[in-house]
Design a binder for this molecule. Structure first.
Ligand SMILES: Nc1nc2c(c(=O)[nH]1)N[C@@H](CN(C=O)c1ccc(C(=O)N[C@@H](CCC(=O)O)C(=O)O)cc1)CN2
Ligand SMILES: [Mg+2]
Length: 291
């Protein structure tokens, strides 16, 4: 058997097109969503992501505001910028690109963002809201994974889902979203024993460990849906956290790297920016855009 390819690139393009339609309607009411992206330092991958975010923000008709600060910027200066963006009515979404330089306290910076403008969903208030079933801004990468899973599987209710990785950006919010959809969720990490056996019981595997081809083909239950969040730069190019060539022999469906989860991250960022804009203007959430 060869797995169905889950085409995140196409799904993300379709989502951006639907967002563009919503933005056009908002503009007719005199409202243009504005997204501020803050990059501190010159990390090459971050520069690529920030450039893509700016381009796609403009492509859907939103205003993009980019702030680039030198790596040695004092944290107080970054916090002062965030204060100004919080107070600026033209800014509906604020995103601080991660990772931050080592001298900065990531939690302090994230928690300085107005939770209503926290389009990354990383603020402690949004994390708490998601964990307690309240209306939250939801982190973009896991939100994108959930959309791909729902689109492929329909209901996730009662499915055995294994999340490999416990980061605040992907693993933990992914587990919360799967729980919210009534999956039976296991979170695995570097100290987990008998991971291959755990994986063999999973109907859904979300791999977010950051280790190239870590998940082996013979760990996959026949017919399972495999979502690969990994982006690892190796001598033979960009590869995921799953041994794709082996896993696709057994899986029912699998996301490729690149072209799977990655493009969903930015599309969901734009969806969150739209959501933040409608909420601050007292408008109803856009119908069927995000789960
Ligand atoms: N504040 C944030 N920082 C970071 C986040 C985030 O969601 N918020 N996520 C990652 C990086 N990221 C967006 O910021 C991101 C990663 C990957 C992609 C993507 O489209 N990947 C492509 C491959 C691109 C390539 O060649 O490198 C794919 O998988 O097809 C988009 C966004 C960490 N920081
Ligand atoms: Mg992918």
């Amino acid at each position: 058997m060869t797995a169905t390819l889950i085409d995140g690139k196409a799904f993300a393009a379709d989502l951006r097109a639907r967002i563009a339609t919503e933005v056009e309607a908002m503009k007719a009411q005199g409202i243009t969503p504005g997204l501020a992206v803050v990059l501190v330092g010159e990390d090459p991958a971050s520069q690529v992501y920030v450039r893509s975010k700016g381009r796609m923000t403009r492509e859907v008709g939103m205003n993009s505001h980019e702030h680039r600060l030198p790596a040695e910027t004092p944290q107080a200066d970054l916090l002062a910028l965030i204060d100004r963006l919080n107070a600026d009515p033209a800014i509906n979404g604020i995103l601080v690109q991660l990772p931050l330089p080592r001298h900065m306290d990531e939690a302090a910076v994230i928690n300085a963002i107005d939770p209503a403008k926290d389009v990354d969903g990383f603020h402690i208030l949004n994390v708490g809201r998601l964990a307690t079933g309240q209306k939250a801004m939801v982190p973009c990468t896991p939100l994108g994974c959930l959309m791909l899973l729902r689109n492929h599987l329909g209901s996730l209710s009662g499915k055995n889902a294994l999340v490999i990785g416990r980061s605040n950006i992907v693993g933990k919010p992914m587990a919360q979203l799967l729980l919210r959809d009534s999956a039976t969720v296991t979170i695995a990490h570097s100290r987990t024993t008998n991971l291959p056996d755990l994986c063999r019981q999973a109907d859904i595997v979300v791999a977010a460990v950051g280790l190239a081809r870590f998940v082996k083909g013979d760990w996959i239950k026949p017919g399972a849906t495999v979502i690969d969040v990994g982006i690892n730069r190796t001598d033979d190019g960009l590869v995921g956290d799953v041994d794709f060539d082996a896993a696709k022999q057994t899986a029912g469906a699998i996301t490729p790297v690149p072209g799977g989860v990655g493009p969903m991250t930015i599309a969901c960022l734009l969806a969150n920016t739209l959501t933040a804009t409608v909420r601050v203007n007292g408008l109803p959430d856009p119908e069927g855009l995000t789960p």
